[in-house]
Design a protein around this ligand. Structure first.
Ligand code: HDE
Length: 679
């Protein structure tokens, strides 16, 4: 494994095969003379059993599929590197967090949770954000999500939760959606879900790009330093590009127009050299302050508000290399919350404790046995030695006579290491208690932080939450479930619950008094995150006889600001400007769609046909409806005039090209223009 971007280095790895230009052989290495016809008794006769080549090829094909992940089946990964900004020695002895000059190779897999492997990227769902650090002390996996809390508090409920959101078993409908009866039945009967549901109904569940999502370790972990002193820690990934989302109508349309929208976005960004970056942040709480908060810091349905416990930014993750083979790398990647290094330890969060069992267990069936750690993507970069042997698919040829610990014949090696030599030592937390199956009293408050989340949202974000509830519950058939949901979320905001009740035909809640907004956390609103134009995609509507000099100036300015442009015209190919400038249109209205862009620039052209003009208007109006930046110059301005949107927020026009480009770029950075009025 290497973090290098140099393909030459990669070819040195024995497990990476470049087949191009090589003679074809069987898997046994026999050169083949024919690969199109099976061996038959006569030209028109039956195929012969003797045809070992046919049998090998077909058998391999017949066994090409492995079970998809039971959750997080749909995902996409990339390689990169992580670098710490300053030594974290005071808090943890983890080696990869000590030296700012060290680059640790990483592999990251993003995913949706509910859908099958072939489902669409832009569904309303939580996103997985799993990071494997290949450190010199072994692999460390930070297996997180883009939402900082979870639906349930105890792992034993996980199969129930998952069964409720998967397609219903009697008809296997719906795919990759929570908008159905069983999920909401689970929610109303498990009120600990309240906080997570608020996030799930928010814009966080329909991200614009994997590159524009936060990531969270969710659980409380422990950092332990070399003196054995521990801190509770929560992990955050903060995207350099800010946190951005789609709007729901757009997300649903993209699911049809380009089901691969998120994986394409990540793949293309890396191919173009726009390497996505996230900063790693940690929130730290001293061991002695474990009980200093009005929530239990081990409860995975609670955040630690950033305003109370600041996020200390400690390093940077960069993704800079696409995989060579999605199956071999992304699909075979096996993450495990229990893959830790000295200096990182667990807490008694009952959700985390259950995950420590589940991940290895699931790999055993998915990857077909206990040797999945030998797959190239899962191998540590440091040597590994122990007395484990054999099993399906074993690759390592362990030499020697001895395969047991406490031996004399090999001088009792492989030997264990003391903590000073790098041996992992579990944090010696004192525990005592009765064996019970119960919820801790300190885990009983399900609504305070759901209220905190709601109160921290901006007005447009609140409206989106109401619309999301109305959509999801609107799809629920059971009137009882709908009503229970309205009553449950009246505990968060009676106003919100009443608006939802109104939309879905339920009775408004009896409760009318809004809970007191004791606190808000500005860090929870996406509108308070960085706003940049970088790597946003603008569709440029252009026709023959466009103003060559002016349009070229605009395109240059956009490019310089990092805004990507895609030219859309009547036909794919060359478009000619008034001054002879020739540009290349790569898309037509047949091959692309308004929902696939962050912004539209109507550059126009004197040669635009009435049919093209009609389609261009529809394209622009769709962008307008989705609150996107729209710009027009020259004949393009006519589109905006005709649509009567010229004076609306985020609609830019002008005759000074530099000024226009500057305004357009600013509007793209501001992202969506929520104060726009319908026309
Ligand atoms: Fe997972 N989860 N999970 N999960 N999870 C899996 O492991 C599980 C939870 C997360 O890209 C499975 O290899 C239990 C929280 C990600 O390969 C499985 C519980 C968080 C991924 C599993 C949880 C996650 C998984 C399925 C409740 C955020 C995809 C396939 C106790 C902190 C990793 C697999 C990838 C995958 C179990 C809850 C994140 C079945 C039992 C909370 C990102 O082992």
């Amino acid at each position: 494994m290497t973090s290098s971007k140099n393909k030459k280095d990669l070819q040195l790895e024995t497990f990476r095969a470049a087949d191009e230009g090589k003679p074809m052989t069987t898997n046994e290495g026999l050169k083949l003379s024919e690969d199109e016809f099976s061996l038959k008794a006569g030209d028109r006769g039956p195929t012969l059993m003797e045809d070992f080549h046919f049998r090998e090829k077909m058998t391999h094909f017949d066994h090409e599929r492995i079970p998809e992940r039971v959750v997080h089946a749909r995902g996409f990964g990339a390689h990169g590197e992580f670098q710490v900004y300053e030594s974290m020695k005071a808090y943890t002895k983890a080696k990869f967090l000590q030296d700012p000059s060290v680059k640790t190779p990483v592999f990251v897999r993003f995913s949706t949770v509910a859908g099958s492997r072939g489902s669409a990227d832009t569904v309303r769902d939580v996103r997985g954000f799993a990071v494997k650090f290949y450190t010199e002390e072994g692999n460390y996996d930070l297996v997180g999500n883009n939402i900082p809390v979870f639906f349930i508090q105890n792992a034993i409920k996980f199969p129930d939760l998952v069964h409720s959101f998967k397609p219903e078993p009697h008809n296997e409908i719906p795919q990759a959606q929570t908008a159905h009866d069983t999920f909401w039945d689970f929610v109303v009967n498990n009120q600990e879900t309240a906080h997570m549901i608020m996030w799930h109904m928010s814009d966080r569940a329909i991200p614009r790009s994997y590159r524009m999502m936060e990531g969270f370790g969710v659980h409380t972990f422990r950092f332990v330093n070399d003196e054995g002193k521990a801190h509770f820690v929560k992990f955050h990934w903060k995207p350099k590009l800010g946190v951005h989302s789609l709007v729901w109508d757009e997300a649903q349309k993209i699911a049809g127009k380009d089901p691969d929208f998120h994986r394409r976005d990540l793949y293309e960004a890396i191919e173009m050299g726009n390497y996505p970056e996230w900063e790693l942040g940690v929130q730290l709480i001293k061991e002695e302050d474990e009980f200093a908060f009005d929530f239990d810091i081990l409860d995975p349905t609670k955040i630690w508000p950033e305003e109370d416990i600041p996020v200390k930014i400690i390093g940077k993750l960069t993704l800079n290399r696409n995989v060579d083979n999605v199956f071999a790398e992304t699909e075979q990647a096996a993450f495990h919350v229990g893959n830790v290094v000295p200096g990182i330890d667990f807490t008694n969060d009952p959700l985390l404790q259950g995950r420590l069992f589940s991940y290895t267990d699931t790999q055993l069936i998915r990857l077909g046995g206990p040797n999945f750690h030998e797959l190239p993507i899962n191998r540590p970069i440091c040597p590994f030695h122990n007395n484990q042997r054999d099993g399906y698919g074993r690759q390592t040829i362990n030499v020697g006579q001895v395969s047991y610990h406490r031996n004399g014949l090999a001088n009792n090696t492989p030997s264990v290491s003391s903590p000073q030599e790098g041996g992992y030592e579990h944090y010696q937390e004192k525990v005592e208690g009765r064996k019970v199956r119960s919820r801790s009293k300190s885990f009983e408050d399900h609504f305070s932080q759901a209220i905190l989340f709601w109160n921290s949202m901006s007005e447009p974000e609140k409206q989106h939450i109401i619309q999301a509830f109305s959509f999801e519950l609107g799809k629920v058939k059971s009137k009882a479930v709908k009503q229970q949901a309205v009553d449950m979320f009246a505990n968060v905001s009676p106003m919100m619950a009443a608006a939802v009740a109104n939309a879905i035909g339920a009775i408004p809640p009896q409760k009318t008094e809004e809970p007191k907004a004791a606190k808000i956390s500005p860090a929870l609103s996406q509108l308070n995150k960085p706003m940049l134009p970088d790597t946003r995609k603008a569709g440029v509507i252009i026709g023959n006889q466009f103003n060559g000099a002016d349009v070229s100036t605009v395109l240059r300015e956009l490019q310089a600001a990092g805004v990507q442009t895609v030219l859309i015209s009547e036909k794919a190919g060359k478009v000619t400007g008034t001054d002879g400038t020739i540009l290349e249109a790569t898309e037509t209205f047949l091959t692309t769609d308004s929902v696939l862009y962050d912004a539209v620039y109507a550059a126009g052209g004197q040669g635009i046909s009435p049919a093209f003009e009609k389609e261009g208007s529809a394209f622009i109006m769709e962008a307008f409806k989705h609150f996107k930046t729209i710009g027009g110059t020259h004949e393009g301005t006519v589109f905006l005039e005709k649509a009567n949107i010229l004076n609306q927020p985020g609609v830019v026009s002008g005759s000074d090209m530099k000024q226009f480009a500057g305004d357009f770029i600013k509007a793209v950075a501001a992202d969506r223009h929520w104060s726009r009025q319908p026309v």
